[in-house]
Write a protein that binds this ligand. Structure first.
Ligand code: BG6
Length: 463
């Protein structure tokens, strides 16, 4: 079979986040996760919290050495708001944190790894949740922009790719619709307001970044879960349309095109869930669109029209318009319980090309979570994760096809580098090129790590 070749400067990278990899040592503030864990341990898999994670706060040099050994070209992680900022009201930084992030970034650069820095991975400082109601309040939007400015000023001379938020809609969905992120308050109105305020925070950060005239780019990472209708019936197609408006286009449209799809706003109006807009905000969004998009893709969302009419006496939720549909015989990742459907990566890529001006983008997360991965350790102590190699290959094949057809994709980042701690799932699902021993925190490269090293060396692979 013909070898698939990627463009010369294709960005082979990997991704993690601060709260999932650093550990909480020396942080001046607690995030909502630190707090939630202290107060509601039962929610967390095996009651394990974010205190140590990969201990990259102390072991980042080891991580970067392995990245360099595998030939990875870039690494996305996040700067923790609760670590960098000492005074949350003024944006004044903590000197210890400044030293840590300087060392971390410099270490990457000295090893030929481009740092891609994200500013928010679901980790609002708990004080801002409790004092102001988190992103439901525009005060928190303002404070986020101060934090972003501090980060740009401190590290913007060396960091050339900035991300304002990771999967903002996963955050607001989890916090206000589906009960998996603190404060787990079920309210569509809060979902809509917090999502809008995050959009303002994003646009505000883009504006400040541009005003500093640093020589880099700024974008956002979105989790586009393409909703696939169960059938060609118009009711199912409409169900998919609404799911797309609420969970994809809610950020994709304004971040790339500078405005919302009117249909999304009409649905919010109809159900009395419209958010508050102040003068000047529309212009802020319009004038501060992104330089690039990162797209996280794991699995599609299959939907159909709801079976039953909604209970109009209960509060409105977007699920009045669609139900999740579990297609029989869909291909599953049996180790995690998510569907495997690589073709969606092609569909997303072509949609970006055809509907979003072929903006520059990259796969910022894709990967395969596996439970009890220790069962695949061979006699030399290495995890033989052939299933993951297969998974990556298939997704790359579809991505390559889209690129051949003109989609402007610049890179592929696997989630994740070293197996990390993942919110309420803790260490249940392992995703890394590198495994983490939970007793010693030692790192061991998996078979997929050696496989990607070869792919990077050859800038392609045989399908
Ligand atoms: C992504 C998030 O959506 O999913 C990551 O950006 C997360 O933070 C990853 O770790 C995997 O999630 P899970 O629940 O399978 O561990």
């Amino acid at each position: 079979m013909k070898k698939l070749k990627f463009p010369e400067n294709f960005d082979w990278g990997t991704a993690s986040s601060g709260p999932q990899s650093e550990g909480s040592q020396d942080k001046p503030h607690e995030s909502l996760w630190d707090y939630w864990y202290k107060n509601d341990k039962e929610r967390f898999y095996q009651n394990v919290g974010p205190k140590i994670t990969c201990d990259s706060y102390n072991r980042y040099k080891e991580d970067i050495k392995i990245m360099a050994e595998l030939g990875l070209k870039s690494f996305r992680t996040s700067i923790q708001w609760t670590r960098l900022i000492k005074n949350l009201e003024t944006g004044e930084p903590d000197p210890k944190a400044v030293e840590f992030y300087n060392n971390y970034i410099n270490e990457m650069l000295e090893n030929g790894i481009e740092p891609v820095m994200n500013l928010f991975h679901f980790d609002t400082p708990i004080e801002l949740e409790q004092k102001y109601g988190g992103f439901k309040s525009k005060k928190v939007t303002e404070l986020y922009v101060k934090f972003a400015k501090t980060a740009f000023e401190l590290f913007g001379d060396r960091v050339k790719r900035w991300i304002t938020f990771n999967e903002p809609v996963a955050h607001t969905k989890g916090a206000y619709l589906y009960n998996f992120i603190y404060p787990a308050e079920l309210s569509t109105k809060s979902f809509a307001q917090a999502s809008y305020n995050i959009l303002l925070a994003h646009a505000g950060a883009c504006k400040v970044y541009k005003s500093l005239q640093l020589s880099g780019e700024i974008g956002i990472v979105l989790d586009l879960l393409p909703p696939i209708p169960r059938s060609a019936r118009s009711a199912d197609k409409y169900a998919a349309r609404v799911a797309d408006l609420f969970f994809n286009m809610i950020f994709m449209d304004p971040c790339v095109n500078g405005q919302y799809d009117d249909e999304y706003l009409e649905i919010l109006e109809k159900h009395d869930c419209m958010f508050d807009i102040l003068p000047g905000e529309k212009e802020l969004i319009k004038e501060n669109t992104v330089d690039f998009i990162g797209i996280n893709y794991y699995q599609p969302q299959r939907v159909n029209a709801p079976k039953y009419a909604p209970n109009v006496n209960a509060p409105f939720t977007p699920n009045w318009y669609f139900d999740d549909y579990e297609m029989p015989n869909r291909r599953m990742n049996v180790y995690r319980g998510w569907e495997i459907y690589p073709k969606s990566i092609y569909d997303i890529a072509m949609r970006v090309k055809n509907e979003f001006g072929n903006i520059k983008w990259f796969i910022s997360e894709n990967g395969m979570g596996v439970q009890n991965e220790e069962r695949f350790i061979n006699k030399d102590g290495m995890i033989e994760d052939d299933y993951r190699i297969e998974f990556i290959k298939e997704h790359l094949e579809w991505l390559h096809k889209a690129m051949e057809e003109g989609s402007n994709c610049q890179g592929y980042h696997l989630w994740t580098f070293v197996d990390n701690w993942s919110w309420t799932n803790a260490y249940k699902n392992r995703y890394g090129y590198v495994s983490l021993d939970l007793k010693t925190r030692n790192r061991t490269i998996k078979k997929s790590g050696y496989w990607i090293k070869k792919v990077i060396e050859e800038n392609g692979f045989e399908p």
